[in-house]
Design a protein around this ligand. Structure first.
Ligand SMILES: Nc1ncnc2c1ncn2[C@@H]1O[C@H](COP(=O)(O)OP(=O)(O)O)[C@@H](O)[C@H]1O
Ligand SMILES: [Mg+2]
Length: 423
């Protein structure tokens, strides 16, 4: 079967690497892909939100399955676009339709879903611009710090956590009344602050049955010791040491199962991944948010631990024979360290030549923001490379990852030296 993976980051390189190992694959396409996906298939120059362009590429290349990486395509309704198009109707789309994608596309929708199904999450209320008075009154009822969330997609920048009530009121006004995050903050969710450690849970579902993927933890801040600005992710590890058997069972019973049951009860069609952002408060799990796709950089540590053929699971979804049989997961520790461009997550330069790649095994890393020109590889984004480490202990995985990193260089290269060391 011919498969198209949509997206261009480390997540998509990791997906391409995994799918390329499947005996069910004929030809792999990645749209638009990066320098790392090129040896695994054919990079197609498409925009992930230009559905007509994607349609043309799918028809031209006789593609039977599209695996959607980024949330924007899903929230914009790529699944429905395929289902409603006569020429594309038989193409399998891995990723939910627009309604299911609202679990990520609208934080208010997600909170209401969580509440309807009694899934543990922070107490909250949501407000429109007309309700600014009520919103400020609600803030006064809460203890600091104050958590303000833009309802819509905001590329990971739409959540503000503020200690001071005056500052929180000002930010609330700027979100609701001055469109601080554009249309995304025309509704604001205000939440109770939860204190604890975070981890991510991933499931693959056909809307009826589900399979758990390995758990992971990512590192969001730019600076060591989790300091400084938020980023798309500076590293990740899997498994998560504090996720013991008892805690895992609570996550399954109180969160994963009710989520799948909720989708089924509400007749929300869902074929794809659910990424549940969790926080451990004391010894209890709470949902921070849903995402409707795999995480980046979590994918880079999750997929190397899955032994089963993922493409076979996707085909089972397409053929209506997806079951609850667990995926085979290896006992390894996997880590990834993200090398970024100097200045990221603020302004940074692209186009720096990367050296040292030829000295590393192709299994040593996934590309995130790179491009190839005349056989040379250049930086092409904020997050540039996802360097891998894997082994039967966390120490071995970390040692391998950081030693792989030492071979690589480009102007302005930065990475965190403490990924995994807190655990
Ligand atoms: N209720 C909360 N209590 C404490 N921290 C929170 C809360 N909600 C969000 N956060 C913090 O803010 C981060 C971003 O929030 P999240 O809802 O995941 O939004 P997004 O990923 O869309 O930016 C979380 O990873 C967490 O660190
Ligand atoms: Mg999040």
């Amino acid at each position: 079967m011919n498969v198209l993976i949509l997206g261009s980051g480390g997540r998509e390189h990791a997906l391409a690497w995994k799918i390329a190992q499947s005996p069910l694959l004929t030809t792999l396409f990645i749209g638009p892909g990066n320098a790392g996906t090129r040896p695994l298939g054919t990079n197609l120059a498409v925009s992930v939100t230009d559905f007509n362009q994607i349609k043309q590429a799918v028809l031209d290349n006789n593609i039977q399955m599209v695996i959607v990486g980024p949330e924007a395509s899903l929230v914009m309704g790529i699944h429905d676009f395929f289902a409603n198009d006569e020429a594309l109707r038989d193409v399998t789309v891995i990723g939910p339709g627009a309604i299911g994608a609202q679990l990520e596309g609208s934080k208010k929708y997600a909170k209401e879903f969580l509440q309807r199904h009694s899934i543990p999450t922070a107490a909250y209320q949501s407000f429109s611009p007309e309700e600014i008075g009520e919103a400020k009154a609600f803030l006064k009822e809460l203890e600091p710090p104050y958590v303000l969330k833009a309802d819509g997609l905001a590329a990971g920048k739409g959540v503000l956590i503020l200690d001071d009530i005056k500052k929180a009121e000002d930010e609330l006004e700027s979100m609701l009344l001055d469109a601080k995050f554009g249309q995304a903050s025309s509704t604001v969710v205000i939440e109770e602050f939860l204190s604890g450690v975070e981890l991510s849970c991933f499931v693959l579902t056909d809307g009826e049955n589900y399979k758990l993927l390995p758990f992971a933890k990512d590192y969001k801040r730019i600076g060591e010791g989790d300091t400084g600005l938020n980023t798309g992710g500076m590293g990740a590890i899997s498994p998560v040491p504090f996720n013991d058997t008892l805690f895992k069972q609570k996550i399954i019973d109180r969160i994963v199962e009710p989520t799948i049951k909720g989708l089924r009860q509400e007749k929300i069609p869902y074929t794809g991944f659910i990424f549940i952002g969790l926080i451990k408060v004391g010894s209890e799990p709470y949902v921070i948010e849903y995402n409707v796709r795999l995480g980046d950089p979590e994918t880079e540590v999750i997929l190397p631990r899955i032994q089963s053929d993922l493409l076979e699971s996707f085909v089972a979804i397409a053929e209506g024979r997806f079951d609850n049989k667990p995926l085979e997961i290896n006992a390894d520790y996997a880590i990834t360290i993200i090398a970024v461009s100097g200045g990221y997550p603020e302004a940074y330069e692209k186009g720096k030549p990367i050296s040292g790649l030829q000295d590393l095994d192709s299994q040593a890393l996934f590309h995130a923001g790179t491009r190839e020109e005349n056989g040379h590889i250049f930086t092409n984004g904020g997050r540039v490379l996802a360097i891998r480490g894997q082994g039967n202990t966390m120490e071995k995985a970390l040692e391998q990852g950081y030693s792989n990193l030492k071979c690589l260089q480009y102007e302005g290269m930065y990475y965190r030296k403490d990924i995994g060391f807190d655990l």
